[in-house]
Write a protein that binds this ligand. Structure first.
Ligand SMILES: [Zn+2]
Length: 101
């Protein structure tokens, strides 16, 4: 009898943790989506033109850029290259951009 009770209790606990985990995941997803919305981005619809994997927004020097989760390619929106290069005067990117721009 006791064993059966323990089993049932165990099953209930498992169910509880599975439910908790689902809730946590849903919460994380909602938070991520809210952040994306706040940033004015709809990342879910953005995929890499090269490999088709989704792009993930990340910030570089406080500028929002999109990086591919598949090939790690970085995509810049219009004007962002100037911002990145402008902040990176001493870097190869800044020199490259100023030389060619
Ligand atoms: Zn890619």
């Amino acid at each position: 009898m006791a064993d059966k009770w323990d089993e049932r209790k165990k099953a209930q606990e498992d169910e509880y943790f599975v439910k908790k985990e689902r809730e946590l995941l849903a919460k994380l997803k909602a938070t991520q989506e809210a952040e994306n919305k706040a940033a004015g981005k709809n990342v879910a619809h953005m995929t890499c033109p090269k490999c088709g994997q989704p792009l993930k927004a990340r910030s570089f020097q406080k500028i929002e850029i999109d990086q591919c989760t598949g090939c790690n390619g970085i995509w810049l929106d219009p004007g962002e290259i100037e911002q990145v290069a402008g902040k990176e005067n001493d870097s190869w990117l800044g020199r490259f951009w100023q030389k060619n721009g």
